[in-house]
Design a protein around this ligand. Structure first.
Ligand code: GTP
Length: 240
């Protein structure tokens, strides 16, 4: 990934800090010269090209290094909240965001829904295509679902082949429609594994919409129970 394609917030901050720090070099040199008896204005007029060079040169070095540091910081913070196989959020981040979104929904009286989903018969996929083949299925399915999510949604891998999608400001019927769209997307997705013919997988989904005064555990448990029912009712289903 190039520096330019990285999120800009932390990197821009580090670049600005680097630029400010870089100004220390010519200022420091000017102070030394003044202490050695030079008159500041005359010093600047006489050696303006040296000061300009120092300012520009150190700015280039500091800003380049600061962008690199910002990029590394961004990568480290991403590692803490992202699943390494699929690149989507991890369970830890989902729990954190779920607590925040429940608090927001209860404070501002807005809707909040969650979809809990699990690939069907994934053990068979692993048995047939091997563990690396199963990993590839997980990557392709999560990529296809990611295209369907809105920016405010939180899509996370919460278990081996289990995922959760937290839907802020989404009521029950919209969440059901949404889950149905995801089910169809996965059902229609041609999975491509090198040297193998394309094949398909299906997913079961449980939906829950937050009730008044409901705790995070009860909310999540209802979605999980609905997922369990979807599995019991034959899989490749949405239960709400
Ligand atoms: N390739 C791969 N497989 C995984 C990963 N994590 C878990 N699994 C496999 O996922 C499978 C889950 O199997 P089960 O829990 O029996 O569920 P299932 O076969 O999907 O059946 P149902 O959920 O009942 O439809 C197991 O074979 C695990 O080894 C992973 O990161 N990569």
């Amino acid at each position: 990934m190039s520096l330019l394609s990285a999120p800009m917030n932390k990197i821009t901050l580090r670049a600005i800090q680097g630029g400010i720090l870089a100004a220390g070099a010519p200022i420091g040199w000017l102070i030394i010269r003044v202490f050695s008896g030079s008159e500041p204005l005359a010093e600047l007029q006489q050696h303006w090209s040296l000061y300009a060079y120092m300012l520009f040169g150190t700015q280039m070095v500091f800003i380049t290094f600061s962008i690199y540091v910002g990029r590394q910081e961004q990568l480290i913070s991403n590692l803490a909240i992202r699943d390494s196989l699929t690149g989507i959020f991890n369970l830890r981040f989902m729990v954190e965001r779920m607590n925040e979104e429940i608090a927001n929904a209860q404070r501002y009286n807005t809707a909040l829904s969650v979809i809990y989903c699990d690939l069907d018969h994934f053990k068979k996929v692993n048995d047939q295509y091997g563990h690396p083949g199963g990993d590839e299925v997980l990557r392709q399915v999560t990529k296809a679902i990611s295209f369907k999510t809105r920016t405010q949604d939180v899509f996370a891998r919460v278990g081996g082949e289990e995922f959760a999608i937290l839907l802020p400001q989404c009521n029950h019927s919209d969440a059901i429609d949404y889950a149905e769209r995801i089910r169809k997307t996965v059902e229609q997705l041609p999975i491509q594994i090198p040297t193998k013919p394309a094949f398909g997988v299906t997913i079961s989904l449980g939906v829950a919409t937050l009730k008044e005064h409901e705790t995070v555990n009860d909310f999540y448990k209802r979605a999980d129970q609905n997922l369990y029912l979807a599995k019991q009712q034959g899989r490749n289903k949405v239960v709400a």
